[in-house]
Design a protein around this ligand. Structure first.
Ligand SMILES: Nc1nc2c(ncn2[C@@H]2O[C@H](COP(=O)(O)OP(=O)(O)OP(=O)(O)O)[C@@H](O)[C@H]2O)c(=O)[nH]1
Ligand SMILES: [Mg+2]
Length: 291
């Protein structure tokens, strides 16, 4: 449904489809530096267009990876959503260390096949559990990482510090979001503690229940920007996304005291907000998997 509404927003009449495809193919043929207006909303800019030109492949359409379901990718193009699979050669190249498409990647698609990945500007990488040195890209081409920590019993300053370090390493701008301010008796005290380890990083106490502080996040959610939500399971990532979207897009869940009910979100997904930013919701992190 979410993707369907995205498609609607882009327009789906056949004439519009034809003109959008014509725009893309004239772009691929002409080798001009051209920014496709429809892709701008997904974060496309002159530098991406330039990287795309350098692929020198015919009949290639620029697309952004919005989600991955088993082997198949949901990608967005100037004309809306497509389902695509990664080309076999990407898997072979992956075995010798080349990237495999991840949510947030800009890719080249021919037909229903992702044939190439544009060099990433930023990437959140973690070690995949139990698979030796295999890496997993959690999110690519992210401008800002909202690092969520709940101001409840689960709060850990050390964990937050490690998240901040990981964000700097990824190339994205860290933004600390302290959720569940409604459950904390001394928000000012918690803020002081967090600011002592989050040097140069903006920190926002918010409540997804009362809505306090959420408007302040708008500065980081400008149109075309991509933000990833990171943090432990139950911290309120999907609840925040629902609030920002103004609708119940993502399933959320209460965490039982015995730890059951964890990991409500099970896959990463790029979601366009009405205000124009793109947000990647992620399943809760077990932090030790991080590099
Ligand atoms: N009191 C309070 N509860 C919150 C707040 N934000 C989220 N919650 C609750 O916390 C629970 C977990 O929220 P989710 O949004 O599902 O957490 P998540 O980070 O997406 O968790 P995973 O998908 O498992 O990674 C839900 O019951 C929410 O209603 C908040 O600001 N205050
Ligand atoms: Mg979630």
């Amino acid at each position: 449904m979410r993707f369907a509404s995205f498609r609607r927003a882009r327009g789906s009449s056949s004439s519009r489809t034809r003109s959008a495809l014509a725009r893309v193919s004239s772009f691929t043929r002409s080798q001009r530096r051209l920014v496709l207006p429809a892709l701008n909303e997904l974060g496309w800019d002159a530098d991406w267009a330039s990287a795309f030109e350098q692929l020198h492949e015919d009949n290639l359409i620029a697309a952004r990876v919005a989600a991955q379901h088993r082997g198949a990718y949901v990608v967005w193009t100037a004309d809306g959503e497509l389902r695509a699979r990664a080309a076999g050669r990407l898997f072979y190249a992956h075995e010798v260390g080349e990237p495999i498409p991840a949510v947030g990647d800009w890719v080249g698609v021919r037909g229903e096949t992702v044939t190439s990945i544009l060099p990433r500007r930023s990437a959140f990488i973690r070690k995949r559990a139990g698979l030796g040195s295999d890496e997993q890209v959690l999110a690519a081409n992210v401008d800002a990482a909202f690092l969520l920590a709940g101001l409840d019993d689960d709060f850990s300053l050390r964990r937050l510090e490690r998240y901040i370090t990981t964000a700097w390493d990824s190339g994205a701008e860290p933004v600390v979001v302290l959720t569940k301010a409604d459950l904390c008796e001394d928000v000012a005290g918690a803020l002081l503690q967090v600011e002592s380890v989050a040097i140069g990083v903006p920190v926002y106490p918010i409540s997804n229940v009362t809505g306090v502080g959420i408007e302040e996040l708008a500065a980081h959610l400008r149109p075309g920007r991509t933000v990833v939500l990171l943090g432990s399971s139950g911290v309120g990532k999907s609840t925040l996304l629902n609030r920002l979207a103004g609708t119940e897009l993502m399933r959320t869940a209460a965490i039982a005291a015995d730890g059951t009910g964890r990991h409500t979100t099970t896959h990463r997904e790029l979601v366009p907000l009405p205000a124009g930013a793109l947000v990647i919701d992620t399943p809760g992190l077990r932090e030790l998997q991080f590099w």
